[in-house]
Design a protein around this ligand. Structure first.
Ligand SMILES: [Mn+2]
Length: 287
């Protein structure tokens, strides 16, 4: 019997394409050779050259990448802030753009540490999605929605069949139109509001949020560490900023160096170092 295809969607523009490559490589590294992956990329303007590079990712597991055109105009009035680009909202179009019943959506600030087939196979029953609580919502009320459990939208196992049946895509856009004052964290608030807690809350190993809120010395974290399936580099503390105190950075670059964008790493690193050296010269001058 043919194995079920594992469908995964991403949203990405040309600036983030090397990060998408890291996520893809990390997924495939931990995949079963007998599995079959289909990647859907909501295309925020990735160049042909970069698409060709992505096609060069090497893997023993079969995979295919499909690029989906998104009409940017429909998002022209969405609330944004300095941290986010419009592409984050593209995932709201997944129900009409991807014709499958179940789809895993992943951010591209993510590295996968174990096989994700098990996550994909979770039976969502009548829930709209499977998701993990947003770590920062434990610490403070940082959204304006009348719900108790607020999920992080970086890893979403979507029950597209039910989402389409209940016409939620239209409700996403109605929410943006009529409740934009309630949106603090872009599409994440839209999804939380419209799903209205009809969500299967998953173990945090599926979206381990490497945020300021869980320091490396945390006891709970130590226990979790070996079980983590997906690491999510939330907040502005990203591996590509060469954050010293961040965990998994070495692992991140282990994957990065296996992508067709590996040379970018060196130029990026040299530029960072140049900046650091320039800064120290300025400081020396002052002293
Ligand atoms: Mn993210």
């Amino acid at each position: 019997m043919a194995r079920e295809c594992i469908n995964i969607a991403f949203s990405c523009n040309n600036n983030w394409v090397d990060k998408l490559a890291v996520t893809l490589v990390s997924i495939l590294k931990h995949s079963n050779v007998l599995d079959n992956y289909k990647f859907f990329v909501l295309d925020g303007g990735i160049t042909q050259e970069n698409k060709q590079k992505l096609a060069k990712i090497k893997s023993k597991t079969k995979f295919e990448i499909e690029y989906l055109k998104v009409n940017r105009e429909i998002f022209s009035n969405v609330p944004l802030n300095n941290f986010f680009t419009i592409e984050t909202y593209f995932r709201l179009k997944l129900p009409s753009l991807v014709n499958v019943d179940k789809l895993l959506y992943l951010d591209v600030d993510i590295a996968v540490k174990k096989n994700i087939a098990k996550l994909f196979s979770i039976d969502l029953k009548e829930h709209y999605a499977g998701a993990v609580i947003d770590e920062s919502s434990y610490y403070k009320k940082f959204h304006k929605l009348p719900i108790k459990n607020y999920f992080n939208a970086g890893v979403l196992l979507l029950n597209l069949k039910k989402i389409r049946k209940d016409n939620l895509e239209e409700k996403f856009f109605d929410f943006i139109k009529y409740n934009s004052d309630k949106i603090c964290w872009v599409d994440q608030c839209v999804l939380n509001a419209v799903f209205n807690e009809n969500v299967m809350f998953l173990d945090k190993i599926y979206n381990f949020q490497h945020s300021d809120f869980l320091p490396d010395t945390d006891k709970k974290y130590k226990k979790l560490k070996n079980n983590i399936v997906i690491v999510h580099f939330v907040t502005s503390r990203k591996p590509w900023n060469f954050e010293k105190s961040l965990n998994f950075v070495l692992e991140y670059y282990y994957y990065y160096l296996q992508t067709p964008f590996r040379w970018k790493f060196f130029t990026h690193f040299i530029n960072k170092m140049k900046r650091k050296i320039r800064l120290s010269i300025i400081l020396l001058d002052i002293n």
